[in-house]
Design a protein around this ligand. Structure first.
Ligand code: ZN
Ligand code: ZN
Length: 420
């Protein structure tokens, strides 16, 4: 892509992030946190500056950015003293917490190297992850309650691009990944904002249909999968747009193709087979199966990365259970691209998925107000982790189970079997 054309796309992307993703309100402050990435000056600076311009154009009061550098994290993992990995940049947590308390907006830009900590001492990597989950928990808790308007988007980091397109030289790979980002976020369309509005309405119709059905469970069948997942009373089907507690309607993920809710933490039974590899903590987990009884993982097996999968499940009690069920047709534009992105923001939108760990509070009616114990008593799951894995395929059928036990088709051969 030529320089000028790329610049124009960045401007449109920034505008859509500010107007659709965050729906930033006049007078709000915005803090942008960047997944650590390679390079000084920061390779995402051109995008961040366009976002700042777009934010001020809609009346933002103050735009701030926390610039990361992934090499610093790798160096720390390699050379810092072993007894230091329980330490953390607490000032970052404090800064973001203050913004949330003030009703400001949060934007996170993903795009770091999926293999950043690959090949390093697994125990050290585990300690770093555990510390991050614990320290960041304070923010995650507020984000899962939609305390303020927040959004996660991606930028084509160099190392990430080379992971996605290993056959291409660095610059070409990055160009191709930017193109994929612009296409999947509708930025290549003549009017991206209008295209998003239309997309949001379509997804909402699916969510409304499922909401009206009040299924008590979903049953999945596909090669290697025979699985029943309970849905608790009061579950809310959510799609692209949500309402934050500060009163702003926002779109938390760009791209997004999913319609999702929470499963009952005590009602998952049977076996489910993954249909895409899972990239977790710098390890690729491939061809895996998870068996559940009464909502709890009782067995995992994987052709590759089984130890990493077991470690994920063993994070805490809640990571033995599920916190999200999401429906995405096999014909999703992201699935159609035919390759993995090694980034959840994209990969989860390629396929039906379920998540190990924490449920989003806003997927249960009144969930934001409940204590952890009350949330769990109503079927919600609590964990430090939330990790999506893909189970959908063109061979998957899903039935909705009604209270009287009657079944209705929800998806057939990976596609929606419902109107709306
Ligand atoms: Zn999801
Ligand atoms: Zn998820």
């Amino acid at each position: 892509m030529a320089g000028k054309q790329h610049q124009e796309m960045l401007e449109k992307y920034a505008e859509a992030i500010v107007k659709v993703g965050l729906n930033l309100r006049a007078g709000q402050r915005l803090i942008i946190t960047l997944a650590a990435t390679r390079g000084v000056p920061h390779q995402f600076a051109p995008l961040v500056r366009e976002i700042a311009k777009a934010a001020y154009a809609v009346g933002a009061r103050y735009v701030d950015a926390v610039w990361g550098d992934e090499e610093m994290l790798r160096l720390r993992a390699q050379y810092a003293p072993r007894d230091s990995f329980n330490e953390y940049s607490d000032w970052q947590i404090d800064a973001v917490t203050r913004m949330i308390e003030n009703g400001d907006a949060l934007l996170s830009i993903a795009g770091s190297n999926p293999d950043l900590l690959g090949g390093l001492d697994a125990e050290v990597v585990g300690m770093i992850q555990q510390t991050h989950l614990q320290k960041f928990g304070k923010i995650s808790e507020k984000v899962t309650k939609n305390a303020v308007n927040w959004c996660v988007v991606a930028a084509a980091g160099e190392a990430w691009a080379q992971k996605v397109f290993p056959e291409l030289a660095a610059e070409k790979a990055q160009e191709k990944l930017w193109k994929a980002i612009f296409e999947t976020t509708r930025i290549d369309q003549p009017d991206p904002i209008a295209a998003w509005e239309e997309h949001i309405v379509k997804l909402r119709a699916r969510a409304n249909y499922l909401q009206a059905k009040q299924y008590t469970a979903l049953h999945y069948s596909a090669p290697g999968t025979d699985f029943t997942l309970g849905l608790p009373a009061g579950h809310k089907w959510i799609s692209a747009q949500s309402m934050a507690q500060n009163g702003v309607a926002f779109t938390a993920n760009m791209p997004t193709e999913e319609v999702f809710t929470l499963p009952d933490r005590n009602r998952a039974d049977g076996v489910v087979t993954s249909t895409f590899p899972l990239s977790y903590g710098g390890t690729l987990i491939e061809d895996f199966q998870v068996t559940f009884e009464n909502g709890r993982v009782v067995k995992v097996s994987a052709k590759k990365g089984e130890a990493a999968l077991q470690k994920l499940v063993d994070t805490d009690e809640g990571s033995h259970r599920l916190g999200e069920v999401a429906l995405v047709p096999a014909s999703s534009p992201i699935a159609q691209r035919g390759h993995l992105f090694y980034n959840t923001l994209f990969d989860e939108n390629a396929s039906c998925h379920i998540a190990i760990g924490r449920a989003y509070r806003f997927t249960l009616a009144g969930g934001e107000e409940l204590s952890d114990e009350e949330f769990m008593a109503q079927g919600g799951n609590v964990s430090l982790n939330h990790v999506d894995f893909m189970i959908g395929s063109p061979k998957m059928d899903i039935d909705g189970v009604k209270k009287d036990g009657a079944r209705e088709p929800v998806m057939r051969q990976g596609e929606w079997a419902i109107d709306g």
